[in-house]
Design a protein around this ligand. Structure first.
Ligand SMILES: [Ca+2]
Ligand SMILES: [Ca+2]
Length: 257
């Protein structure tokens, strides 16, 4: 979908969500949700105004879901802010639904002003690890150092991890800080399973290939960090037996050769 709007003689160009008739003194208002997801594409050739006017209940949301959506605002992106610079009392939301290790980036050609906007983040079917980063916005320039509010209630992280919104002059990044800190989780993916044994075997655990680390792994085998606990939990005994069996096989093969 592409929007190309430049009314004659107007300096207010582009698209307004929950904006009413912003040139005629109409109050604006209502609630608008614009969701771009999957392979969807949305381009505004001028400005995108999320919520204009004097209605404090006016709400608009630009929701971007997944890694493959394309969202481009070639002019400015404003959140509850008049093109004249006046703050609007309504609500403007950017809503990111993260479903994979990368997230679609909103490309803004001009300025994005986040001072009066809210950020909402949701995780759906994906559990980020410490050190991961998602680029939510790139822009010609970013005005403001933080969103008015940030809502991570739908984006719980593993124990030991926390979200950071990093705003620079040209981008807004979402970083995952910390480490999950589960004993025996040598590959830091939030569980203690066979893959961690292989890391230990290759010397990748904190005290490379030590008996101490093997004991830590064995003692915690089958544990998952708290958020992942509602998803599938491997049955510890059968997994452990399978790995001991594999180890025995490998040992036998070495003997033969
Ligand atoms: Ca692991
Ligand atoms: Ca694992």
């Amino acid at each position: 979908m592409t929007v190309d709007s430049k009314p004659d003689g107007s300096t207010w160009t582009g698209l307004a969500l929950s904006g009413g008739n912003n040139r005629g003194g109409n109050k604006g208002g209502g609630e608008t949700l614009l969701e771009v997801r999957d392979q969807g594409s949305f381009t505004v050739q001028q400005d995108l105004n999320l919520t204009l006017g004097t209605d404090p209940n006016a709400t608009s949301t630009l929701k971007v879901r997944g890694p493959d959506a394309a969202v481009a605002i070639q002019g400015d992106l404003r959140m509850a802010l008049d093109p004249s610079g006046a703050v609007n009392p309504g609500i403007a939301n950017l809503y990111a639904v993260i479903t994979a290790a990368t997230q679609s980036t909103i490309q803004v050609g001009g300025d994005v002003n986040i001072d009066n906007g809210n950020l909402i983040v949701e995780l759906d079917g994906f559990t980020p690890l410490g050190g991961e980063s998602f680029e939510l916005i790139t822009a010609g320039s970013v005005t403001g150092t933080a969103f008015k509010s940030e809502d991570f209630s739908l984006a719980s992280l593993l124990d030991g991890l926390s979200w950071e919104v990093a705003v620079s002059g040209t981008s807004v990044l979402l970083n995952v800080l910390g480490s999950a800190g589960l004993p025996g989780d040598f590959d830091a993916d939030g569980d203690v399973d066979g893959a961690d044994f292989l890391v230990w075997q290759r010397g990748g655990s904190p005290n490379g290939a030590s008996a101490e680390d093997l004991n830590t792994w064995r003692a915690n085998f089958g544990d998952v960090a708290s958020v992942a606990a509602t998803t599938s939990v491997p049955e510890p005994t059968s997994f452990l037996l399978a790995f001991l069996g594999l180890a025995a096989c490998a040992h036998g093969l070495r003997k033969v050769s």
